[in-house]
Design a protein around this ligand. Structure first.
Ligand SMILES: Cc1cc2nc3c(=O)[nH]c(=O)nc-3n(C[C@H](O)[C@H](O)[C@H](O)COP(=O)(O)OP(=O)(O)OC[C@H]3O[C@@H](n4cnc5c(N)ncnc54)[C@H](O)[C@@H]3O)c2cc1C
Length: 445
C-alpha cells in the first residue's frame, strides 16, 4: 500500500489540471485513469496519411481568453476558418444555412435571447420557446439546435440554468455577447459545436472559436507532463474516513490524505466505483449525461469543398468536411446520436446519412471508420451533463466535499453555473485543488 498526499481519479481536463496544481504546491499526487490514454472526452483522431487532425470529443476552444490558449503553449491555437460553406438538412433536403435566418428567427438568435430573458425561473427551454411564439420550421430548427448544443431535449432543459451557464462562462457579467451576431456576414451560429463564425461566447472566455494545432489532445498531454499518471487502471472502490482515503484498482490499493474524483456522475451511477456515500450516489443519479456519438468516416475520394452541415431533421447533428480531404466528421448528440450509432453499424445506412448531408459522398466507398460512442462509453456515460428542469441544486450536492477528505471536480460539478465545456472542466479542477490545499493546510495547524 502506497501513501500519497492526494489521489486524483480521472485524467481528463479537470483531473489533470487539478493534479498539476497540487504537484506545483509540492504535494505527492497519483492519477488513476481507466483508459489507455489521457484526455477523457478530449479525443483527437489523426488520419493515417498525416492529414489534419479531427476531433472525436471536444471540438473547439471557445473564446480568445480561454485558458486553453496558455495551457497548450503560445501560438498553438488558431481561429477556426471563417471561409466555410454552412448548410442545413431540412425535410430531407440539403439547403443553404442562410435559410435558417430568412423570415424566421435563427436558432442561435433564440438562444442569445434566452440568455437575457426575464421571468424564466421554473420553465423548460421547450416551454420558453413556445412562449416566444416559435412555431413550424423555426421552432423545429431551434429545438434541434438546443438538442445538439446541450445533448438534451429542450423540454428537459432548464431555461434558467441554460441562461445562467452562459452568464457563468461570460464571467458573471450577465451579458456575455451575442451569439450569432455575424449572421449577416456569414451564417452566424455557434453556441456549442463550432459551426460558428465570428460569434461572441462571453466576456469571461472572450470571443471566437479556435482549433489547437496538432489537435485538442495537446491540452491533456501538456497538462500530464511530469505527473504520475497510471493509465489503464480503473478505480473500482473508494473508501474514506476523515483524513484518509483508500483507493482500490485491479493492481492493488493506495492511500492518501485526500482524493479528488473527476469521473462523470453517469460512471458512478452505472456502479463502476463503489464505496461512495449515499448522498453522492443520489446526486450523481440526478446528473445524467446526454447522449453523444461522433464518427470520422474516411472515404475513397476528397471533399470538393469545406462544408459544415446542421441536420435540422435530427438524424446527424453536425457534419463537416474539408476541401481535398477524404474524411467526413459527424458529431451527433441527443436523438441524432442514436441515429448515428445505428448507422455506423450498417454501412448502407451510414452511406445514406452522409449522402443527405454531403451529396459528394454519394457512391463513395468507406475506407475507414473511427467512432467515439460517448453514450455507450463506460468511462463517460454520455457527452456531458445538461441542466435539466428542476435539478439546479444537484450539481452543488455533487460538488460538495465530504469530510474535508473527498473532493469532486469535472464539468458536471458546474452544471447550470458554467457551460459544460473544457474551460468549465479546467475551472472545476482548479477549484478542487484549492479545496484540497486548504483542507490539508487546516489539518496541519
Ligand atoms: C461530442 C462532444 C463535443 C464537445 N465539444 C466541446 C467543444 O467544442 N468545446 C469544449 O470546450 N468542450 C466540448 N465538449 C465537452 C468537453 O469535452 C468536456 O467538458 C470535458 O472534456 C470534460 O472534462 P472532465 O475532466 O470533466 O471529464 P472527462 O474528460 O470525462 O474526464 C474524466 C476521466 O475519468 C476517467 N474515468 C472514468 N471512470 C474511471 C474510473 N473508474 N477510474 C479511473 N478513471 C476513470 C475517464 O476515462 C476520463 O478520462 C464536448 C464533449 C463531447 C462529448
Amino acid at each position: 500500500m502506497t501513501g500519497y498526499d492526494a489521489i486524483v481519479v480521472g485524467a481528463g481536463a479537470s483531473g489533470l489540471n487539478c493534479s498539476r496544481l497540487l504537484r506545483r504546491e509540492g504535494l505527492s499526487v497519483v492519477v488513476y485513469e481507466a483508459r489507455e490514454r489521457v484526455g477523457g472526452r478530449i479525443h483527437t483522431f489523426h488520419p493515417a496519411d498525416g492529414g489534419p487532425p479531427l476531433e472525436l470529443g471536444a471540438q473547439v476552444v471557445h473564446g480568445d481568453r480561454n485558458p486553453v490558449h496558455q495551457l497548450v503553449g503560445p501560438g498553438r491555437t488558431s481561429p477556426v476558418p471563417r471561409r466555410v460553406t454552412a448548410r442545413i438538412v431540412e425535410d430531407g433536403a440539403d439547403r443553404s444555412m442562410g435559410a435558417l435566418g430568412s423570415g424566421r428567427r435563427a436558432p442561435w438568435q433564440l438562444e442569445a435571447m434566452l440568455r437575457r430573458a426575464p421571468g424564466i425561473t421554473g420553465l423548460s427551454v421547450g416551454t420558453w420557446l413556445r412562449a416566444q411564439g416559435s412555431t413550424g420550421p423555426e421552432a423545429a430548427a431551434a429545438r434541434e439546435w438546443f438538442r445538439q448544443n446541450w445533448a438534451a431535449d429542450p423540454d428537459e432543459l432548464s431555461a434558467a440554468a441554460v441562461a445562467s451557464a452562459h452568464r457563468g462562462d461570460a464571467g458573471g457579467g450577465g451579458g456575455g455577447g451575442d451569439v450569432g451576431e455575424s449572421v449577416g456576414e456569414g451564417f452566424g451560429v455557434g453556441v456549442g459545436e463550432g459551426v460558428g463564425v465570428g460569434e461572441r461566447v462571453g466576456e469571461g472566455v472572450g470571443e471566437g472559436e479556435f482549433a489547437v494545432e496538432g489537435g485538442f489532445a495537446r491540452l491533456p498531454e501538456r497538462l500530464a507532463a511530469g505527473l504520475d499518471v497510471r493509465l489503464g487502471e480503473p478505480v473500482r472502490e473508494l473508501a474514506h474516513e476523515p483524513g484518509r482515503v483508500t483507493v482500490r484498482t485491479d493492481t492493488g490499493t493506495a492511500t492518501a490524505r485526500a482524493a479528488v474524483l473527476t469521473v462523470p456522475p453517469a460512471v458512478l451511477t452505472a456502479g463502476a466505483i463503489t464505496g461512495l456515500p449515499a448522498q453522492k450516489r443520489a446526486a450523481a443519479t440526478r446528473l445524467p449525461a446526454g447522449d453523444g456519438c461522433c464518427a470520422v468516416v474516411t472515404l475513397d475520394r476528397p471533399a470538393p469543398d469545406t462544408v459544415i452541415v446542421f441536420d435540422v431533421d435530427g438524424r446527424a447533428g453536425f457534419v463537416r468536411c474539408t476541401t481535398g480531404r477524404p474524411e467526413a466528421l459527424v458529431v451527433a448528440k441527443a436523438g441524432a446520436a442514436a441515429h448515428l450509432r445505428a448507422a455506423v453499424a450498417d454501412r448502407t445506412a451510414l452511406a445514406a446519412l452522409l449522402a443527405t448531408a454531403l451529396p459528394w459522398t454519394s457512391g463513395a466507398a468507406v475506407l475507414g471508420l473511427a467512432v467515439a460512442d460517448w453514450g455507450q462509453d463506460p468511462y463517460a456515460g454520455g457527452a456531458f451533463t445538461a441542466p435539466r428542469a428542476g435539478l439546479e441544486g444537484a450539481a452543488r450536492e455533487w460538488a460538495e466535499p465530504v469530510d474535508g477528505t473527498l473532493f469532486f471536480a469535472g464539468e458536471a460539478t458546474l452544471t447550470g453555473f458554467r457551460l459544460p465545456w473544457v474551460q468549465g472542466a479546467l475551472a472545476s479542477g482548479q477549484r478542487a485543488a484549492e479545496q484540497v490545499l486548504k483542507a490539508l493546510a487546516t489539518r496541519r495547524t
